[in-house]
Design a protein around this ligand. Sequence first.
Ligand SMILES: Cc1cc2nc3c(=O)[nH]c(=O)nc-3n(C[C@H](O)[C@H](O)[C@H](O)COP(=O)(O)O)c2cc1C
Length: 216
Amino acid sequence: MNIVMINGSPKVKENNSQYFLSEVEKLIQKDNDILTFKIDNVSKYPKAIDAILNCDRLIIAFPLYVDGIPSHLLRLLEECEECAKKQNKKDIPVYAIVNCGFYEGKQTHLAIQMIENWCKKANFTWVQGVGIGGGEMLGSLKSVPLGKGPKKSLGTSLGELSKNILNNNIDSSTSSKNNIFISPNFPRFIFKSTANYHWNPEAKSNGLTKSDILRK
Ligand SMILES: Cc1cc2nc3c(=O)[nH]c(=O)nc-3n(C[C@H](O)[C@H](O)[C@H](O)COP(=O)(O)O)c2cc1C
């Protein structure tokens, strides 16, 4: 099976979307050809679109940006939609992994719905989305194995997604009911205070002061 993964993070180096895709890749790689495209430059669009139109499964991972889809990914999806309307003869099942900075994965539900609507326009088959809260935290805990400690729910959700990708036996007519939203298995109040604690050192490393980040 040809599987295409689209990494929609605009970050140049390490990014959480790639971490989540890599975990899924480990679970589905047996006997499958998996191609990953990081579409952070328009010059990469034609190859990515060609691969999408010829794949058996499409997995799109991206960070939540202002409750929506990062603009460069949106542009790729628009271009892909135009090509798909002209050329797509295949029934391609689509999956999304959306991670966000807030604790609650449910924050991603609108962005997942946007991908679902895009599937309708491009004549693809929407199947399932996973919305991941605390993306920065889960992506940074490299030494914690999937399915353990704060990554317990992450392991369950990515495991379920991977099974569905391999078997494609999910009822796509139930649409949004198939989506899974998770948060880190970690107390919310500690998550919040740790996240807030990081703002000042982060500002400093970018040449800003405490008062700069408080300024409205
Ligand atoms: C411009 C911008 C907008 C963002 N908007 C949201 C948002 O609306 N809700 C949220 O929970 N996180 C938001 N975030 C946080 C990212 O979704 C989060 O840092 C994510 O883990 C980054 O994933 P990546 O490493 O795959 O790029 C935003 C980050 C940026 C830079």
